[in-house]
Design a binder for this molecule. Structure first.
Ligand SMILES: [Zn+2]
Ligand SMILES: [Zn+2]
Length: 268
């Protein structure tokens, strides 16, 4: 047993100050398969309230403008349909900030690059929308295909094997003294905190984001200024065959004051 990497329980036992940084998370473990009807999944069939129009993006897309010169600038404003990225049932991630009466989260994105999303100064990637819905009010829907898209932002359908766990943050997020105590403990075990235990990697809901590429970048709500919480990590890879950033991770953040405030985005 002693050669197992210490999980969060062992880390917290050794460094009690970590306890208040434990956050519930769900690792999604996507695998290529058509998700069962009504189950959580990535890509694949959408559900939508009957009679409500599907979501569209009205942003200007730099790539699209480069490739298809529009003699008429009006054409740039033609909306393009968002595509379903993920569908999450509340029972698979009960720790998310579900608004009263909702039990299904649909994450849609515009499968194009965006360089002018409000409040995202250094961001270049898909635009993301969250829809907190009530499954009983939704019907199977066939969204219109996007007018333009980047191949690497079109997810292949995946089913999920949700695994709930407790997550710890990267050392960047910890006060200096605590970060030092953690580093000392893991070094004595011949381990490295970030790599061997701290934070769980992969497609993840809740928990903590990785800051492996940049140092910690505080993500504050563009609407109210509150520090936002990590909601979703999208990981590049074979299942569901997506690539974000430089084949890295996309982090979606949500406002703790109101989940209806625009999401925060970060690429690692
Ligand atoms: Zn767009
Ligand atoms: Zn806010």
């Amino acid at each position: 047993m002693t050669d197992l990497p210490p999980g969060p329980a062992e880390l917290v036992a050794a460094v009690p100050g970590l306890a208040r940084y434990l956050r519930p998370a769900t690792l999604l473990h996507p695998y290529a398969a058509q998700p069962a009807p009504g189950a959580s999944g990535i890509g694949g069939p959408a559900r939508w309230p009957g009679g409500e129009p599907w979501s569209h993006c009205t942003a200007r897309h730099p790539e699209e403008d480069d490739r298809i010169p529009h003699p008429d600038p009006e054409l740039r404003a033609v909306p393009t349909a968002l595509v379903p990225l993920a569908r999450i049932r509340a029972e698979d991630a009960p720790h998310l900030p579900w608004p009263e009466g909702t039990d299904l989260l649909q994450v849609l994105w515009c499968p194009n690059d965006h360089d002018d999303i409000q409040g995202e100064r250094y961001y270049y990637g898909p635009a993301v929308e969250l829809h907190w819905q009530r499954a009983a009010e939704l019907a199977p829907a066939t969204p219109p295909p996007p007018r333009h898209s980047e191949e690497e932002y079109l997810p292949q359908p995946c089913a999920l094997r949700p695994e709930q766990l407790l997550d710890l943050p990267d050392r960047d997020e910890l006060p200096e003294e605590l970060a030092r105590a953690v580093a000392e403990f893991t070094r004595r075990q011949g381990l490295e905190y970030e790599r061997d235990r701290g934070r769980a990697d992969g497609w993840k809901l809740g928990g903590w984001p990785s800051w492996h590429l940049t140092d910690l970048v505080p993500i504050d709500c563009g609407r109210c200024g509150e520090r936002m919480n990590h909601l979703l990590t999208v990981e590049s890879g074979d299942d569901p065959d997506l690539s974000v950033g430089r084949h890295g991770e996309l982090h979606v953040f949500v406002c703790p004051v109101d989940v209806a405030h625009p999401v925060g985005l970060d690429l690692q």
